[in-house]
Design a protein around this ligand. Structure first.
Ligand code: NZQ
Ligand code: ZN
Length: 392
């Protein structure tokens, strides 16, 4: 068991109609002028943006808006947001949408609170010393960005997708109304469930530490999301299933399911970030497409955890050798992905990299992790390439 820091300062306001509390929350956390930052327009179409800005107006809180954060959000818009905040004297950020709008807001927050080029943080050149305070209204259960310390940005030049994490960017509050996720396309709901499970699986498939309580929380979370993803697959309007998945999304990535473990493996995410950067695929779908190949490459080096996962999460019978049980668990997970219409390889994901592109992704991935990374198994560039090839 390893020691750990667990820091989750985000005030969570959860349930129907909670977006109506936005102005009070902005005031509570000292916001005097707000940048409302959102994505490609779903919040305009659903009427959420108008309801939120009406609430700010009623409360006499000045604001400016900036939309356009795309999935795999771009650095260019972050620069635009930083300029806008400086020009308008914005002191509080409100991300309304999914991980992309929230991450873009976090990056804007770093850019306003620190001198120099904000990309330096994502390029691991230096560390941020602050971030503008940020609140969130979540419209998709997926990344956990509403409570996490992370943000992931894509630099258009070279299509480099990188994450940066610091406690400064943990949101002050997160408004979570499960009803707001009911307008999601089914594909995005499934992508979200995949991402949520993967955030816990990254922390679960480790070769160090492992606390019983953490494992119990992780396995419970995985079983709950699996069950409710299947319910939403049949009935997307099921409020309780939406709520279970939404809260699971936050708990999966606020650190809870990693306490005592070896910091997590994170290689499925790192490999997916290359796919997201190059092909602009939905993050959850990219994870599903790569996970099976990753799992088959590493499972022998992390056998007790794969066996435990198979039995406790995927309901595999404890019959046969440990390796057989572990492989049945991997197959059961892939079957689950197929049931919720997620891809299990790159072809199903809809991308067809050339040999050169596969090599480039492996190279960029290795550079991004400083050479090698992983806890279930440490992967170098050669191993990354082998996994990409196996996922074809
Ligand atoms: O842009 P709009 O028009 O809002 O549409 C979005 C987008 O097309 C749509 N959407 C969201 N809520 C909706 C809705 N459509 C209808 N009704 C709603 N209620 O869904 C699409 C996906 O949205 P996006 O914000 O991109 O999804 P997600 O939350 O999955 O975020 C993905 C990004 O977050 C990063 C990913 O790499 C990716 O760039 N991640 C961030 C993490 C973090 N900050 O902690 C961790 C993750 O591992 C991940 O890497
Ligand atoms: Zn993720």
């Amino acid at each position: 068991m390893f020691g750990f820091n667990y820091y989750t300062p985000t005030k969570v306001v959860f349930g129907k109609g909670t977006e109506n509390e936005v102005a009070d929350l902005v005031k509570e956390f000292g916001g005097k002028k707000v940048l409302v930052h959102y994505g490609g327009g779903s919040v305009v179409r659903s009427g959420l943006l108008k309801r939120v800005t009406d609430k700010l107006e009623e409360a006499g809180i000045p604001y400016v808006t900036l939309g356009g954060a795309v999935p795999n959000p771009h650095l260019g818009l972050v620069y635009e947001g930083i300029e806008l905040c400086k020009k308008e004297g914005v002191d509080f950020l409100l991300g309304v949408g999914g991980g992309s709008a929230i991450d873009s807001a976090k990056a804007i927050g770093y850019g306003v609170a620190n001198e120099g080029d904000v990309w330096d943080f994502y390029d691991y050149k230096r560390k941020a010393t602050g971030c503008l305070p940020l609140g969130v209204i979540l419209t998709i259960a997926a990344t956990g960005s509403e409570m996490s310390d992370s943000s992931v940005i894509t630099k258009e030049e070279g299509l480099v997708k990188r994450g940066y994490s610091s406690d400064y960017a943990r949101p002050k509050f997160a408004i979570m109304n499960p009803e707001l996720t009911m307008t999601l396309p089914d594909y995005q709901t499934a992508c979200g469930c995949t991402d949520i499970m993967m955030h816990t699986m990254e922390r679960y498939f480790t070769n160090g530490g492992n606390m019983e309580i953490t494992d119990a929380l992780a396995e419970g979370l995985l079983r709950t999301v699996k069950k409710n993803a299947l319910i939403l697959n049949e009935n997307p309007m099921d409020y309780d299933a939406r709520a279970e998945v939404m809260w699971a999304g936050s708990l999966a990535h606020n650190g809870l399911t990693g306490c005592g473990n070896d910091g997590g493996d994170w290689m499925t995410h790192k490999l997916e970030h290359e796919l997201g950067g190059l092909y602009d695929v939905a993050h959850g779908a990219g994870l599903a497409a790569i996970w099976g190949s990753w799992a088959r490459y590493v499972y022998k080096d992390c056998l007790p955890r794969f066996k435990k996962f198979a039995i406790n999460v995927m309901d595999v019978e404890e019959v046969g050798s440990d390796e057989e049980i572990a492989l049945c668990g991997i197959e059961a997970m892939e079957e689950f992905y197929r049931t919720i219409h997620m891809p299990t390889n790159l072809r199903e994901l809809g991308v067809k990299p050339t040999e050169e592109e596969l090599a480039l992704m492996a190279k960029k991935c290795a550079i991004g992790v400083g050479g090698e990374k992983g806890s279930a198994k440490v992967l170098n560039e050669e191993a990354m390439l082998a996994i990409f090839k196996a996922s074809m």
